[in-house]
Write a protein that binds this ligand. Sequence first.
Ligand SMILES: Nc1ccn([C@@H]2O[C@H](COP(=O)(O)OP(=O)(O)OP(=O)(O)O)[C@@H](O)[C@H]2O)c(=O)n1
Ligand SMILES: C[C@](O)(CO)[C@H](O)COP(=O)(O)O
Length: 237
Amino acid sequence: MKGTDMNATASSSRYFALIPCAGNGSRAGTSGPKQYERVAGQPMIWHTLSAFAGVKRIARTLVVVAPGDGFFERNPTTSALVVPCGGATRAQSVENGLRELRRAGAVDNDWVLVHDAVRCLITPDLVNRLIDRCSGDAVGGLLAHPLPDTLKIGEEGRVASTVTRTDKWQAQTPQMFRLGMLRQALEASGGEITDESSAIEQMGLKPLLVEAGAQNFKVTYPEDFAMAEAVLRGRAR
Ligand SMILES: Nc1ccn([C@@H]2O[C@H](COP(=O)(O)OP(=O)(O)OP(=O)(O)O)[C@@H](O)[C@H]2O)c(=O)n1
Ligand SMILES: C[C@](O)(CO)[C@H](O)COP(=O)(O)O
């Protein structure tokens, strides 16, 4: 590992970013992994990584790619540590990434910000907001957005009922927890979870919800690329 940050002692907590980047993007309909599709002139992952590079408090960013993924060898411009330890699920990729962070010198007390490679609209301001809100907290937390629409329960294509939405939030990333606590939570969860917060919740803890706005969405479906492109081009103007 390059740099001096990883050699620091554990006397104070540091901040690490862990970017799961080992998915196939099956819902996106792209020919290859969606995180490498060009959006506003650059592969999506570059936008994500440049947001984290803009957060000076992040000691190191680790990107988890799928075994055999050659993208970063072909494009060796990032200062992030890229490790081909992706797993079969996002949770498995995150668990493997935490192990690599430990191997690289991070300790249980350090904070880890887990962020989807494909949330390319993340900004340094949002990351800093999460860090500012969660650093003094015993649990940690996540960026999230209060549900803007009326919420229905569906059964066989028809509305079965309408659910109160005032207490509903859309979970985003980054999700920020201490490395040791997160490792323990993910191990205990048995992998049946879709975000880090769920694993922490299963331990009986209540992560902080940090409001982030709607723009930090996950590029999931084909139409999301055009929306991400429009937002990024709008910001560049
Ligand atoms: N085995 C996996 C699966 C997902 N991811 C990452 O987790 C994030 C979650 O986004 P998602 O839209 O679920 O990505 P995919 O799994 O690629 O998409 P899909 O479910 O449509 O195949 C992405 O950055 C993706 O690369 C990962 O690192 N390892
Ligand atoms: C972690 C996450 O981005 C929170 O909204 C989301 O759950 C990941 O997407 P997936 O489709 O569940 O893999």
